[in-house]
Design a protein around this ligand. Structure first.
Ligand SMILES: [Zn+2]
Length: 342
């Protein structure tokens, strides 16, 4: 059975009617002259499905459990689709080699199912080669943060059956730059993140082939020098794309506006950094070794550090970060011009 949806196209604001049948788009009609009688809420927007490059878990499923089953992967895929996300990178964070290997093995095994694989362009490895400093390390377990190892990366890539497509690391840690060169040469994108890097380290990472900043503005110290700091340096680097967590908690609206304008919309990536508690009611959740509290406003903090200002991932439905007209924290005001050119 087919049905039609009418709404405004994101970007142009033009009205259009999309005809759907059996889950597929049959036609998009842009000119609504004539007898089109479909009604819809005034604020319905039509947009391509979203691609989230950083998903640690969703809807009660922890992708970092080391035991993710194909059924759980399907559950995450279906729940994300309900929220408008069609593609995503399962993200495995800092842990022991054995645990990270188990996580990659389990997800790669699930991806042998083509229905699962088609939703997952790549896996994202965030850590363990990151800064051990409080602030930059975020919620990554200190005891498992270690120095970069090409040998270890290759072994983890083997466990992932070659599916690791992105590595986030801190360029200032010993051995990071040679690793960036090797990883980039192997065809994997490198992002700078969870870092306390100086200007030289960031420039060295860029020269070695780093292409992105992971959740820029977060995974950082609470206080940093006003001019000479790793946020400005990455923001100013045109060679780097940057992902931003726009959940109303990770970055205040004014900061998002400045960061996205500074980086430029075309180099900015909306990401959720969602954890298993995303898509679930507010409450207390145990995710691996970490106990987190999700507030009614969907702010996620470590249970033993609530109020510290350090977050532990997000409970963001990605689309809520850009929904027009809903008002921050769940979307920008419709009038916010992120290009800053009008
Ligand atoms: Zn992170």
């Amino acid at each position: 059975m087919s049905f039609k949806v009418k709404g405004k196209i994101v970007g142009s604001g033009e009205l259009a009617v999309v005809e759907m049948e059996k889950g597929f788009i049959q036609s998009v009609q842009y000119s609504l002259a004539g007898s089109e009688r479909i009604t819809c809420p005034d604020d319905l927007w039509l947009a391509p499905a979203l691609f989230d490059i950083q998903v640690n878990g969703f809807a009660g499923v922890d992708l970092n459990s080391g035991r993710t089953t194909p059924e759980e992967m399907e559950q995450v895929i279906m729940k994300l689709r309900e929220k408008g996300v069609a593609l995503f990178c399962p993200t495995i964070i800092t842990n022991s080699f054995e645990h990270m290997a188990a996580c990659f093995r389990a997800i790669a095994q699930a991806c042998r199912n083509s229905k699962i694989a088609e939703a997952i362009p790549a896996l994202h490895m965030e850590g363990p080669y990151i800064s051990p400093q409080e602030g930059p390390r975020g919620a990554h377990p200190l005891q498992h943060i270690r120095t970069p190892s090409w040998d270890e990366f290759q072994r983890l890539q083997e466990c992932a059956q070659g599916l690791i497509g992105m590595l986030t690391l801190a360029p200032e840690v010993d051995g990071a730059i040679p690793l960036v060169e090797k990883v980039v040469e192997s065809g994997v994108a490198v992002a700078i993140g969870h870092t306390a890097a100086g200007v030289k380290d960031i420039q060295a990472a860029i020269s070695a082939g780093a292409k992105c900043s992971t959740h820029l503005g977060n995974g950082s110290h609470a206080l940093i020098p006003r001019h000479d700091n790793y946020i400005w340096e990455q923001l100013a680097a045109d060679q780097l794309w940057a992902s931003f967590i726009v959940d109303g908690h990770h970055l205040p609206p004014s900061v998002v506006k400045c960061l996205v304008r500074g980086k430029g919309v075309s180099r900015s990536i909306l990401t959720s950094d969602a954890i298993a508690a995303a898509g679930m009611p507010p409450g207390r959740y145990r995710i691996g070794d970490l106990e987190v509290v999700v507030s009614p406003e969907l702010r996620v903090e470590r249970a033993n550090s609530t109020g510290s200002g350090y977050l532990a991932g997000s409970a963001l439905d990605l689309v809520r970060g850009v929904e027009p007209g809903r008002g921050y924290p769940h979307g920008f005001p419709e009038s916010c011009d992120l290009d800053g050119d009008s």
